[in-house]
Design a protein around this ligand. Structure first.
Ligand SMILES: NC(=O)c1ccc[n+]([C@@H]2O[C@H](COP(=O)([O-])OP(=O)(O)OC[C@H]3O[C@@H](n4cnc5c(N)ncnc54)[C@H](OP(=O)(O)O)[C@@H]3O)[C@@H](O)[C@H]2O)c1
Length: 249
């Protein structure tokens, strides 16, 4: 088999960047897409290419990625992590970047999944797809909830072609870009530690590992599923959470 090639939309920062490097360490060629290409370390055996393109113009991005497939080979996996990070209207922005771009790119790139590859698609959502956070927009919440159902729809549609479509739903995690913020707020980390059954916040690397699992051969008979990566936080009853945070047993 030729070297596996995977595309990560939103692969230049945070979880996407961790995943790009992780897949490259397994020998893959990884195309990591962001509005800016980012910089990646040299990975023995594999390679990450930072690829500049915006999900705000999904047709143009699709055309560019089809050319990338011609250069680098048919795809093993396709991962969607992008969210709207612009300064405009968040409703229009999230619907365009998170939802319309995922639909356009997924439908346009599934035909380029290699017959001998992992034939997997993974969409990263959030606990904001089912719970509500004051610091995130309506567009963010709505798109995350819709992406889960979009993935289930595509799992059924493309299953007969051997294509698996799954979802990873993380809670807030620490990534290299936010490490200094959390280090500067130990009181916030302490609350997470009390509220989370596993006693700490997760990391971008741990979320990336869950995506890599769902994309890889160990998940060969899993499709249309949502893997929650939150240390058990979502298991906690709100009343119990309040008592934990208040320090009342
Ligand atoms: N951070 C958390 O604690 C958290 C919690 C729950 C769920 N999540 C979800 O996990 C995923 C990853 O989050 P993250 O915090 O690791 O990364 P992030 O900062 O949200 O960045 C995601 C990636 O998307 C790219 N991107 C943004 N706008 C784009 C556009 N218009 N076109 C193409 N690429 C674009 C970014 O690169 P550029 O900026 O260069 O474009 C970056 O590579 C997201 O879907 C997020 O909603 C995050």
């Amino acid at each position: 088999m030729t070297r596996k090639h995977s595309i990560i939309i939103g692969g230049t920062k945070g979880v996407g960047r961790e995943l790009a490097v992780l897949l490259a360490t397994t020998g893959q060629y990884v195309t990591a897409v962001g509005r800016t290409p980012g910089e990646f370390p040299t990975v023995p055996g594999g390679e990450v290419e930072g690829f500049a393109g915006t999900a705000e113009d999904p047709e143009a991005l699709l055309a560019a990625l089809r050319q990338q497939v011609e250069r680098r080979g048919q795809l093993s996996s396709l991962v969607f992590l992008q969210r709207y990070r612009g300064t405009g209207d968040t409703w229009a922005g999230e619907l365009a970047v998170a939802m319309t771009a995922t639909k356009t790119l997924l439908e346009g790139l599934v035909p380029h999944l290699a017959a001998d590859g992992d034939r997997s698609v993974c969409v990263v959502t959030s606990n904001a797809g089912s719970l509500v956070a004051r610091n995130q927009s309506l567009g963010y919440h709505t798109s995350k909830a819709a992406l889960r159902q979009m993935a289930r729809y595509y799992a059924v549609k493309y299953g007969p072609q051997g294509v698996r479509v799954n979802v990873v739903a993380p809670s807030a995690f620490v990534k290299s870009e936010s490490a200094a913020f959390y280090a500067g707020h130990p009181e916030l980390q302490a609350v997470y530690a009390r509220a989370t059954p596993l006693g700490r916040m997760g990391t971008a690397k741990e979320v990336a590992r869950a995506v890599a699992f769902l994309c890889g051969p160990d998940a060969a008979f899993i499709t249309g599923q949502e893997l929650v990566v939150d240390g058990g936080l979502s298991l906690m009853m709100q009343d119990a959470l309040a008592r934990e945070v208040a320090g009342i047993a």
